[in-house]
Design a protein around this ligand. Structure first.
Ligand code: DAH
Length: 389
């Protein structure tokens, strides 16, 4: 487009043609060619070209065009093919001119065919763009956005609360030696306290003894961190998965997430532990939380405590509260002062260095936080459950 037509010429099928016998290029009907040809009508039957081109122009779809191609240019019985074959029947003197004229006609039909095909293709596109038009005002298909698992969310919130109180984060192995998981935490073999942690062992014997296990708690990392810290102070938390041979029920899973915290230094006291736990409970559950300690026993701390928080659902009032079972308090973690034997074994001096430690069950906190009644929901991968958090 945009080309200026020479006087009395008309753009047809990609070339300039005289307008003496008017032709029109229509994308919908294809190039129409009615101009009397430059082909010698004494040699080629007059009207043959017009007939072919007229038929092509009225072929309205791909199938009709193909039928036209077979009829005119088909190798077997195409009319033009027959015409070309008849060259040898022509008188010798006009044979060359006849051949040239027939070839010229063939070339014209081929190029008209290409143009017609192109026109039909464009027309089909144009139709498509109006009939099956893309409606840009329709809303797009929503991309489903994922989210963090409720246990991961809770873990990150707890980690953040501790980080804000000056703790850094360390990690330890999930496949652990029994000497870290138990012995170094003052739980020797055959000690009844091992029953508190039903253990999944790794089936590798060393000197005929099983000694590798899936850690039952994050506590072995107290020892691992102290081993690689030549001199206190230590302020560290260790989040991670733990494993127990449990019969699963609403409050027990064989895999659980814990966060261990350890602080060691000169003059670290029970009141520091209390302050840190207050800080954490309030950050997670609101500023008006109260906490209470009960005496408890864990071999690696002395004294050992369990911490409970006042029930944030019923605030201690409802006897039928499902969250605190009417007691008004919810146990959320174990803690205590690091046993002096462990401090000394780490190469520190327990007359100078003291410490506190605590271990939080992250699933338990998540259960409380959202009032979820069954811990097994967390690991069943049911999106109807998970998408709620
Ligand atoms: N390791 C204990 C458990 O699995 C939790 C725990 C209790 C950790 C007291 C501590 C602690 O660091 O002082 O059940």
């Amino acid at each position: 487009m945009g080309e200026l037509a020479p006087d009395n010429w008309h753009l047809v099928a990609g070339g300039w043609w005289p307008t003496a016998s008017p032709t029109a290029l229509s994308l919908t009907s294809g190039p129409l060619y009615t101009q009397d040809s430059m082909i010698d009508s004494a040699l080629i039957p007059p009207g043959l070209e017009a007939e072919a081109l007229g038929a092509l122009a009225s072929a309205a779809d791909e199938a009709a065009i193909e039928a036209w191609r077979v009829q005119w240019l088909g190798r077997q019985d195409g009319r033009l093919t027959a015409l070309l074959r008849s060259v040898k029947e022509q008188p010798v003197e006009s044979r060359a001119a006849f051949g040239a004229a027939a070839n010229e006609l063939k070339r014209k039909l081929e190029s008209a065919l290409a143009d017609r095909n192109e026109a039909i293709r464009k027309e089909a596109l144009r139709e498509l763009s109006t009939s099956a038009a893309l409606d840009v005002t329709l809303p797009g298909r929503p991309q489903a956005i994922g989210r963090l698992h409720p246990v991961t969310q809770t873990m990150r919130d707890i980690v953040k609360a501790f980080e804000e109180m000056g703790f850094r984060v360390a990690e330890g192995p999930e496949v652990e030696w029994d000497r870290y998981n138990f012995d170094a935490a003052r739980i020797p073999e055959d000690h009844p306290a091992r029953d508190m942690w039903d253990t999944i062992w790794v089936n590798t014997l060393i000197d005929g003894k099983r000694s590798m296990l899936l850690r039952t708690h994050t506590t072995p990392n107290q020892i691992r961190v102290m081993e690689r810290t030549p001199e206190p102070p230590i302020r560290v938390i260790v989040p991670g998965k733990c494993y127990r041979q449990e019969a699963t029920d609403a409050t027990h899973e064989w895999m659980l997430t814990q966060i261990e915290a350890l602080a060691v230094g000169e003059g670290v006291r029970m009141s520091d532990l209390k302050g840190v736990l207050y800080g954490m409970a309030r950050k997670l559950f609101g500023n008006d939380r109260k906490i209470i300690f009960h005496h408890s026993y864990f071999p690696f701390v002395e004294p050992g405590v369990e911490m409970a928080m006042d029930c944030f659902i019923c605030r201690g009032s409802g006897s039928d509260c499902r969250t605190c079972h009417g007691t008004g308090w919810i146990e959320i973690l174990g803690a205590g002062m690091v046993h002096p034997e462990i401090i000394d074994k780490a190469g520190y001096d327990s007359s100078k260095h003291t410490g506190f430690a605590l271990g939080i069950g992250v699933e338990r906190v998540a259960l409380l936080r959202w009032g979820i009644e069954d811990i097994r929901h967390f690991y069943q991968n049911d999106l109807r459950f998970l998408a709620q958090f």
